[in-house]
Design a protein around this ligand. Structure first.
Ligand code: AMP
Length: 121
């Protein structure tokens, strides 16, 4: 998928509408159109990267930033784990079709607001 045809690049550029949660110079975060939990937010880099499977050494800081942004959004959404061990959220990268990846632009799922089982399906 080339950058010009990529749905998440179009969202980042404002060509496709999205429900924005957060934006800075490196990342854009928005509500998933098909949520699997009460909170389901996607954090995507503005740079077009196909997925974890094509990460380069130069992307290491960017991926770390995605996790930090996810943590801050989770706190803003009231999802941070509490001292009594209640609360919490899941951060997921699906890598490749067998793992459930359907959009080939790197994205971190932030999912929360309900209990989640393990192992995932
Ligand atoms: P994955 O299956 O891991 O590649 O995740 C892709 C996610 O993108 C899915 O959860 C979709 O529901 C979501 N998605 C696809 N198109 C859009 C869109 N236009 N706006 C918001 N979320 C989208």
């Amino acid at each position: 998928m080339e950058e010009k045809d990529c749905i998440f690049c179009k969202i980042v550029r404002g060509e496709v509408p999205s429900k924005k949660v957060f934006e800075d110079e490196k990342v854009y975060a928005f509500h998933d159109i098909n949520p699997v939990a009460p909170t389901h937010i996607l954090i995507v880099p503005k740079k077009h990267i196909l997925g974890v499977q094509t990460l380069e050494p130069e992307d290491e800081c960017l991926v770390g930033h995605m996790f930090y942004v996810a943590r801050k959004i989770a706190e803003d959404q009231g999802l941070a784990p509490k001292e009594d061990l209640k609360g919490g959220y899941r951060l997921v990268f699906n890598v490749g079709r067998d793992a459930g990846q359907s959009v080939f632009h790197l994205h971190l799922h932030l999912i929360g607001g309900r209990h989640m089982g393990w192992p995932p399906g």
